[in-house]
Design a protein around this ligand. Structure first.
Ligand code: THU
Length: 142
């Protein structure tokens, strides 16, 4: 696991704090798995989200897509970094649906996940989703 240019960057530190704060606001009474996410825009802006579950289980949403929705609503569509915070024993990557949602806007996204137990891991979205469905596919369907 490498921690190249990201280590010590101000945006990384503020995104880590934003992800943790969002995690603490997560609504996860069914899974008891709280997640916070913070997306860092190319302009340095930070948008956070948390998982919001529902008694109708499929209506719940992941933290990552919550952060993405907040960013797009805030006018930011290009991102350098996603930070995810959980209380899991080991760092976890975003789920497959979130990978697909993120790749639409940030194919080269760097992802850092850390846990409140001190674990940390990094991935690139391209590594986690090597063969994404992209907008280009829709223009070649006829
Ligand atoms: N969850 C996220 O919010 N992000 C992830 O990266 C993995 C899973 C949520 C969905 C659900 O509320 C809970 O965690 C358990 O799957």
């Amino acid at each position: 696991m490498t921690r190249p240019a990201l280590a010590g960057a101000p945006s990384l530190e503020s995104a880590r704090a934003a992800a943790l704060a969002a995690m603490q606001r997560a609504y996860a009474p069914y899974s008891d798995f709280r997640v916070g996410a913070a997306l860092v825009g190319v302009d340095g802006s930070v948008f956070a989200g948390c998982n919001v579950e529902n008694s109708a289980y499929p209506a719940g949403i992941c933290a990552e897509r919550g952060a993405l929705a907040a960013a797009v609503a805030g006018g930011v569509r290009r991102f350098d970094l996603l930070v995810v915070a959980t209380e899991a024993d080991a760092p976890t990557p975003p789920c497959g649906m979130c990978r697909q949602a993120l790749v639409e806007f940030a194919p080269d996204l760097a992802i850092v996940t850390y846990t409140t137990h001190g674990g940390e891991a990094q991935w690139s979205l391209a590594t986690l989703l090597p063969h994404p469905f992209t907008p280009a596919a829709l223009s070649h369907h006829q």
